[in-house]
Design a protein around this ligand. Structure first.
Ligand code: SAM
Length: 233
C-alpha cells in the first residue's frame, strides 16, 4: 500500500468522501488516505492527525515526499484536537481502530465537530459502539459497507447529522447491512462471531456460576439468538 495505491479497505473509505471536501483523517499513520484524496482531486484540503510520534513523522515525511505540503497539514494531536473551527473541516475519517476507541475519540471533543457534516468511520471490531454513540449524539447512518481483505473483515459506517433509532439487532449488526443477509462477507462475519461466542460459552459453562458469569452467559446467548434470528428470517 502507498499513497497512490491504497488498500481496498481505505479505497472504500475514500469512496465516501464527497468531491471538494475538507477532510481530517484522525489516526493517519503514513497519511496515505489524505494523500490519495488530494492526488485524486477528491478532497480540496486535508489534515492528518496523529497521536504517536513515529506515525506522525511518517505522515510528515510522506507529505514532503509527495510535495503536498500546501494541501495537507500534519498535526501531532490526540484525536479531534487536531482540528479547529477555522479549518472548516466538513468530513472526518477515522479508520483502522476498534469501534470503542473511535467512539471515545469522537465523544472526547464533540465541540470540534461543529463544522463537520460527514463522518466516515472504519472500525476493525465492535462497530456497535459507534452506532450507539451516533444515536446518543444525533448522527444517522447514511451508508454501511462490509468487506474482506487479507482474511480480515472490515465495516465502514458513514454518518451524517440527524436522528435515528435502532433495535438491539440493528445496533449489533447494522441497520443497512442487515438488509442484505445474502451478502457472503456479512454471513461469514457473523458465523465467525458466533463460533467465537460459542467457544467462550463452552469455557464459561465449566466455570463457577458467579453473578458475573451468569450475566456474561446471558449476554452471549442473547447475541447468538439475535444472529440466528436474522439469518433464519
Ligand atoms: N488510519 C490508518 C489506516 O486505517 O490504515 C492507520 C491505522 S493505525 C492501525 C491506527 C493509528 O491511529 C495509529 O497510527 C495510532 O497512532 C493512531 N491513533 C490511535 N489513537 C489515536 C488518537 N486518539 N488520536 C490520533 N491518532 C490516534
Amino acid at each position: 500500500m502507498n499513497a497512490q495505491r491504497l488498500s481496498e479497505r481505505l479505497t472504500r473509505v475514500a469512496a465516501y468522501v464527497k468531491p471538494g471536501s475538507i477532510v481530517a483523517d484522525i489516526g493517519s499513520d503514513h497519511a496515505y488516505l489524505p494523500c490519495y484524496l488530494i492526488h485524486h482531486q477528491i478532497a480540496e484540503k486535508a489534515i492528518a492527525g496523529e497521536v504517536a510520534k513515529g506515525p506522525y513523522e511518517s505522515a510528515r515525511n510522506q507529505i514532503v515526499e509527495e510535495q503536498l505540503e500546501d494541501k495537507i497539514t500534519v498535526r501531532f494531536a490526540n484525536g479531534l484536537q487536531a482540528i479547529n473551527h477555522e479549518d472548516l473541516v466538513d468530513t472526518v475519517t477515522i479508520a483502522g481502530m476498534g469501534g470503542p476507541l473511535i467512539a471515545t475519540i469522537l465523544q472526547q471533543d464533540l465541540d470540534r465537530l461543529a463544522t463537520v457534516n460527514r463522518l466516515i468511520l472504519q472500525p476493525n471490531i465492535h462497530a456497535k459502539a459507534i452506532r450507539e454513540w451516533a444515536i446518543m449524539n444525533d448522527w444517522k447512518l447514511v451508508a454501511e459497507e462490509i468487506l474482506q481483505e487479507d482474511d480480515k473483515i472490515y465495516e465502514i459506517l458513514v454518518l451524517e447529522r440527524g436522528k435515528m433509532k435502532l433495535s438491539e439487532t440493528e445496533a449489533l449488526m447494522g441497520p443497512l447491512l442487515i438488509m442484505d443477509t445474502q451478502n457472503e462477507v456479512f454471513r461469514l462475519k457473523w458465523e465467525k462471531e458466533s463460533s467465537e461466542w460459542m467457544r467462550i460459552l463452552d469455557a464459561i459453562n465449566v466455570a463457577e456460576m458467579s453473578p458475573e458469569v451468569q450475566l456474561k452467559r446471558a449476554e452471549i446467548e442473547g447475541k447468538l439468538k439475535i444472529v440466528k434470528d436474522v439469518f433464519s428470517a
